[in-house]
Design a protein around this ligand. Structure first.
Ligand code: GCB
Length: 598
């Protein structure tokens, strides 16, 4: 799916703004009529933190959003496409009362051709949204219903994960025009010849309508033409190629034109980077060199916007990462906005791209011991997520396949990979990822603490062993000496059992309340957080196949209520406002001295 842009043949209109918003649990509002008694909220953003009403913020159920738009009559000969960057988690879209789109899954884009529904003058756009989650959705939620005093249904979602269930129209709503003959999709696969500093760029174009030919032109960053070709399937050669490198990005632009009788019917521009990714002999190679991941698990989480697109925060976050010599993120625990992915391409931030497969555990909680009855774990008989899982993988790869920044797909975060049935559940998904990804990137899942070398049943599937570990925090809280021994012996065991597989940490951290200090280095203090990271770093440096450290979390973030959470998760090394905790200085010094390669 192409990102919506304006070109000489396409007009792009942004429907962001203040929309009407109203709870409608009993489906009483008519999508063809103006919403009465509605709140007003900004779109895109989560609705939750925009209205100071506790019940509404926590509400589980159905909502209606509504706005109006008009279409310039200069576009009368074109097709009109309405596109949502994401609506969390389920959406029904109506134009002038007629349903034009339905989409389930809160983190990927969808669109509809609304040419036939649009009228002259004002059009009414109504979006019905549900934020309900259950054992068939991703992420996974525990769903239940009770009745109120009038016999009405009251819905409840208890999240099977550790982030607030922000919802609403989270990403931009765009209306764009395309000519009748137009480009639908472009796939770019750069095949690099490192020795000769050249690349063959394989291009596939999908288009609709009546056209004679497809013209392809590649421009460098100075706007100079460096290659051209013709056809819906073509291979273009680049000499003296400028590689896309971590923190040193270089992007080419591919211009695709559909041509008829010598005239350009439709034109689209897709930026891409040329780089080579391989996993070999315990190393993660980018452009032939062993890469070391330094960075973060994150969330899309900011004040007021909630999980909604917040570009200034994205820009600041990337700036702070660069300030610390970090080079990578994981899009924990769902696909991030297309705008963030484009920014990472531009800034050279390496991305592990994750589907929203989080909560695949029967019995989520902070007491890891609850999950240790491996044989009787029922996760894979009670989960009904298979269909949703295939869909999110298809949609993520379709959306992100051309991004240079994406170096690996993460097929789940902290699932019950140790429980009977895990292999049977995951094997088809790993196969599907290989089938779908034109660039054949490595695949992984992110392993929870109970997935040890002894108990994990699915490690054979992954290219890189990615571990979330909380020794000294959830296990042996405060005892860093024991944590060090445990960390070392587990990492050594992984390395012994899988000598060919690279190993990295994708989470490790300790809740830290900014401004709490302790001469004893007690848990929750800034001193403890620093000691904890110093201990982990020391062990990492002893392990040969250890290819990276992505800590948890970049910044404090909002969660559901719980006695382990003080207005959210405080494992950020930055606060939610992005003020640094003391450990930022330690990590900056460390990361400045660890090269990206080597
Ligand atoms: C994890 C989860 C993450 C939580 C984190 C924590 O393992 O992957 O979503 O926020 O632990 O802080 O407990």
């Amino acid at each position: 799916m192409l990102y919506p842009i304006q070109t000489q043949t396409r007009t792009l209109m942004d429907l962001s703004g203040i929309w009407k918003f109203k709870v409608d649990d009993n489906f009483q509002d008519d999508p063809a009529k103006p919403l009465a008694d509605a709140y007003r909220v900004a779109v895109p953003a989560s609705y939750n933190d925009q209205i100071p009403d506790t019940e509404l913020r926590q509400h589980a159920g159905f909502f209606n959003y509504q706005t109006r738009f008009t279409v310039p009559n200069t576009l009368a000969d074109d097709r009109l496409i309405l596109r949502f960057g994401s609506v969390t988690h389920e959406a029904w879209v109506y134009v002038n009362g007629e349903e034009v789109a339905y989409h389930k899954g809160g983190f990927t884009p969808f669109e509809a051709d609304i040419t036939d529904q649009v009228t002259d003058g004002e059009n009414l756009l109504t979006v019905r949204v549900s934020n309900l989650l259950d054992y068939s959705t991703l992420p996974v939620g525990n769903y239940s219903e009770t009745t109120d005093e009038n016999g009405g249904i009251v819905r409840h979602v208890d999240e099977n994960f550790d982030f607030f269930n922000y919802s609403g129209i989270h990403r931009p709503v765009k209306l764009y025009s395309v000519p009748v003959a137009h480009i639908n999709d472009i796939t770019i696969v750069p095949v690099v010849d490192l020795a000769n500093q050249s690349a063959d760029v394989k291009v596939t174009v999908q288009a609709t309508g009546d056209y004679d030919s497809v013209r392809l032109t590649i421009f460098d960053e100075e706007g100079q033409e460096v290659a051209n070709g013709e056809g819906a399937e073509a291979q273009l050669a680049l000499d003296q190629v400028n590689l896309w490198q971590p923190l040193n990005a270089y992007l080419y632009t591919l211009e695709v034109a559909l041509v008829k009788d010598g005239a350009d019917l439709d034109v689209y521009y897709e930026d891409f980077g040329v780089r080579d990714i391989k996993v070999e002999k315990g190393q993660f190679l980018i452009n032939g060199e062993p890469f070391y991941f330094k960075g973060f698990g994150k969330h899309e989480d900011t004040y007021v916007s909630g999980r909604g697109l917040n570009q200034p925060y994205n820009v600041l976050d990337v700036g702070l990462m660069k300030m610390m010599s970090a080079n990578s993120i994981r899009t924990s625990h769902y696909p991030y906005s297309e705008e963030m992915m484009r920014l990472c391409d531009r800034e050279g931030i390496v991305v592990i791209d994750e589907v929203p497969a989080v909560g695949l555990l029967d019995g989520f909680g902070f007491d890891a011991l609850n999950l240790e009855d491996f044989q009787n774990d029922k996760t894979w008989s009670v989960m009904k997520t298979h269909e949703a899982h295939e869909q999110v993988l298809r949609e993520l790869i379709a959306r992100d396949k051309n991004h240079a920044c994406v170096v690996m797909w993460s097929i789940a975060n902290e699932a019950a990979n140790y429980a009977p049935g895990a292999y049977e559940y995951f094997k088809p998904l790993f196969d599907l990822s290989k089938e779908l990804d034109p660039q054949q990137r490595p695949n992984t899942y992110i392993a929870i603490m109970m997935s040890t070398p002894e108990h994990d049943l699915t490690t054979d599937l992954v290219d890189v062993i990615c571990l979330n570990r909380y020794y000294g925090w959830y296990i042996g809280t405060g005892d860093l000496a024991k944590a060090e021994t445990d960390t070392r012996s587990e990492l050594q065991a992984w390395q012994e059992k899988y000598p060919e597989k690279p190993i990295m940490y994708t989470e490790y951290g300790a809740d830290t309340v900014a401004g709490f200090h302790s001469v004893y280095g007690e848990p929750f203090s800034e001193e403890f957080q620093e000691d904890y990271y110093i201990m982990n770093s020391k062990v990492f440096d002893e392990i040969n196949n250890f290819v990276g450290e992505q800590l948890w979390n970049f910044s404090d973030f909002q969660t559901k209520f719980g006695i382990q959470r003080v207005q959210g998760n405080k494992k950020g090394i930055f606060t939610r406002e992005r003020e640094p905790k003391s450990v930022v200085r330690y990590l900056t010094d460390r990361w400045k001295n660890i090269p990206n390669f080597g």
